[in-house]
Design a protein around this ligand. Sequence first.
Ligand code: GRF
Length: 204
Amino acid sequence: MGKKRVAVLISGRGSNMVALIEAAKASDYPAEIALVVSNRPEASGLTRAASAGIATAIIDHRPFGDDRGAFERALDAQLRAHQIDLVCLAGFMRLLTPWFVNKWTGRLLNIHPALLPQFKGLHTHRRALEAGVKRHGATVHFVVSEMDSGPIVMQDSVLVGAGDTEATLAERVLEVEHRIYPQALRLVAEGRATLASAAGEDAT
Ligand code: GRF
């Protein structure tokens, strides 16, 4: 069976993207990073992708204004042009509409810096500290229309210490992200984790 062709969607520095690129170098890894797309032309991750020899594309959302549909049609066309099988959101800061999510359902993953269903949305580390949780972490999940709510493929946690700040917590959670995203993508690319199995449905 050939390797799955993966697109990574970014908006910023792309450290999770780099973790996926590194993992995909292994000959037995079931996926190749075929394309990196950024909605922000200045995203530093684009340079990192290009220097790793990965095809990159910029689809700036700003010229599309409020027309999310038109932005997503351009994105979808780019993914199809590169014959993409699976899409990984990695610090991609655009909400996707049901049209796009439904088109890629079961083939669209996201990483979130919290132990979902806790702390959906932004500023997860600050909110974890404010809530006084003992454990915090990261989650890879299938994307559904509702933000940060899809079936979970993998998560792992770190202990929160008394001396932790937003910055120290972010750093330790990022290490978790870089470890679990490649592992989760492997499971999905091998067909060992599916939307249905992650949702707890029997594969009958
Ligand atoms: C990560 O913490 C990711 O979970 C969050 O945004 C950050 C992106 O970091 N959604 P990077 O661009 O992968 O370095």
